[in-house]
Design a binder for this molecule. Structure first.
Ligand SMILES: C[S@@+](CC[C@H](N)C(=O)[O-])C[C@H]1O[C@@H](n2cnc3c(N)ncnc32)[C@H](O)[C@@H]1O
Length: 226
């Protein structure tokens, strides 16, 4: 939780060619593997289903997921064309490319039917969104009753120097642009308490929130009401 550092919103969509490129070539191997492991743990026993990845970026997570959950049909959505172009490249290498569909869409207005999705997941979209109420309501709308939700995101550090330390320790080997964007993202992230308030306002109180590393929080659970 951060008492001292106020949230400084960053732009929502990562649609600049250079930033999409910097993100696509950065090394998120450990983070993305850990995300997929946790999603598989949460969805144990869930075999054939419709899944939705919000803010998929270069679609590395759905590409990895396809090898572990070959019977899932995953929609990988992002509002940024440059990101989706990188996504197309990552999926070219995925073992089960047919099970993943790329979708250019705003996560706050998803072009999918009400109560049509079994699993909604996302890594690192929440800190981009200012109108979080609309995002949570949209997740609620597309989710089937009982759907699994799993979002992982950054959490805002206590102070700017903690944010700088996190960037140095976890992205010190990345490009300057990636490091600047990471710093900006940390300042734009929500605290556990702020996310709890968002969920309460959206009447999503069956979802849990927990800080899981020095820079990440998880939000997970089942949707019990539409
Ligand atoms: C930090 S990246 C994370 C990408 C990917 N999930 C990953 O973990 O590698 C955030 C992504 O969310 C996308 N995004 C932000 N706001 C969005 C919105 N309202 N609708 C759809 N995509 C959005 C950005 O364009 C960007 O590609």
């Amino acid at each position: 939780m951060s008492d001292g550092l106020h949230r400084q919103a960053e732009p929502e969509i990562m649609d600049e060619i250079e930033e999409a490129q910097a993100y696509a070539v950065a090394d998120f191997d450990a983070e993305n593997a850990a995300f997929v492991d946790r999603l598989c743990e949460l969805s144990k026993g869930l075999d054939a289903c419709i899944a939705l990845d919000l803010g998929t970026g270069p679609a590395d997570i759905p590409a990895r997921l396809a090898t572990q959950k070959p019977r899932w049909r995953t929609w990988a959505a992002d509002a940024s064309w440059p990101m989706l172009i990188h996504g197309k490249e990552s999926l070219g290498h995925a073992r089960d490319r047919q099970s993943i569909g790329l979708l250019q869409a705003d996560a706050k207005r998803i072009p999918m039917r009400t109560r049509s999705v079994d699993v909604v997941f996302s890594n690192s979209i929440l800190h981009h969104i200012n109108d979080t109420a609309t995002l949570w309501n949209e997740i609620k709308r597309v989710a089937k009753p009982g759907a699994l939700v799993f979002l992982r995101d950054l959490t805002r550090p206590h102070c700017a120097s903690d944010a700088l330390d996190i960037v140095r320790i976890h992205a010190g080997k990345e490009s300057k642009l990636l490091q600047q964007e990471f710093y900006r993202s940390l300042l734009s992230a929500y605290t556990v308490e702020e996310v709890e308030n968002q969920l309460q306002s959206a009447r999503l109180d069956t979802l849990k929130v927990k800080q899981v590393t020095n820079r990440h929080l998880d939000i997970w659970g089942r949707i019990t009401r539409a």
